[in-house]
Design a protein around this ligand. Structure first.
Ligand code: PGA
Length: 253
């Protein structure tokens, strides 16, 4: 099972800062023993090309934060999967909770985007997660189950093999409140046992910081991280990469 540490820069950085951060990360991981861990960064669309150049030939994967489901046409401001693929993007995030909440990406839209990404030959990071009110009502597993089934139903085994799931409880994103290892571990186990094929990496996201990464990375079923705020500084992202690479989750192998 590969482990992944992915930095989602969201709508942050400027051009020079994005290039500098990417180059610094690339040199920072050069001397690290990553094992089978994969490191990826997801800059804003407009910096994909320059960041891609900064990390070309390194172990860092270029990742996109979103995509439009349609292949082309009158969709002002949108970016298609083939456009991303042409920039050597390896993987695309779909269903991030900010997309679901701020931009109205519902399950059907997420499913369409996911298929567009796979169709263009890239891999997918599918984000799922419940609101705080849903967890308090005891519906968190049902919510995540609904999101995953809506996105993955009907995919072939070959397509499913190119999907990584990121469990990101909405109440933990950007709040400084992290799911406890027990909460995250329980959900990861539920997803692994019931909702995805064996061997599907399941990442955790939501206020991952250097101080909590080690404990989470040691939690059975957590195969890596999708990191927002802490991925914007090499001083915080590099230790998270270390935690991810150092802990091999063999609970499901
Ligand atoms: P955060 O964001 O690490 O800043 O909480 C995580 C995410 O949105 O993927």
């Amino acid at each position: 099972m590969p482990r992944l540490a992915v930095g989602n820069w969201k709508m942050n950085t400027d051009r020079d800062g994005a290039i500098a951060l990417a180059a610094y990360l690339a040199s920072g991981i050069k001397s690290k023993h990553l094992g089978d861990a994969i490191v990826g960064i997801a800059p804003p669309f407009c910096f994909l090309e320059c960041v891609g150049q900064a990390i070309a030939g390194t172990a860092i994967e270029l990742i996109a934060q979103d995509v439009h489901a349609e292949p082309k046409g009158a969709f002002t401001s949108a970016v298609s999967a083939s456009m991303l693929a042409s920039l050597q993007v390896k993987r695309v995030i779909v269903g991030h909770s900010e997309r679901r909440k701020v931009f109205g990406d519902d399950d059907a839209k997420v499913a369409g985007k996911l298929r567009a990404v796979l169709g263009a030959g890239m891999d997918v990071i599918l984000c799922v997660g419940e609101q705080l009110s849903e967890r308090e009502a005891g519906q968190h597993q049902a919510v995540v189950e609904g999101q995953i089934k809506a996105a993955l139903d009907g995919l072939s085994a070959e397509e499913l093999a190119r999907v990584v799931v990121a469990y990101e409880p909405v109440w933990a994103i950007g709040t400084g409140v992290t799911a406890s290892p027990a909460q995250a571990g329980e959900m990861h186990e539920y997803i692994a046992k019931n909702l995805v094929p064996a061997g599907t990496p399941i990442l955790y996201g939501g206020s991952v910081k250097p101080k909590n990464a080690q404990e989470l990375a040691e939690t059975p079923g957590i195969d890596g991280f999708l990191v927002g705020g802490a991925s914007l500084k090499a001083e915080s992202f590099l230790p998270i990469i270390d935690s991810c690479a150092a802990n091999v989750s063999d609970s499901r192998s």
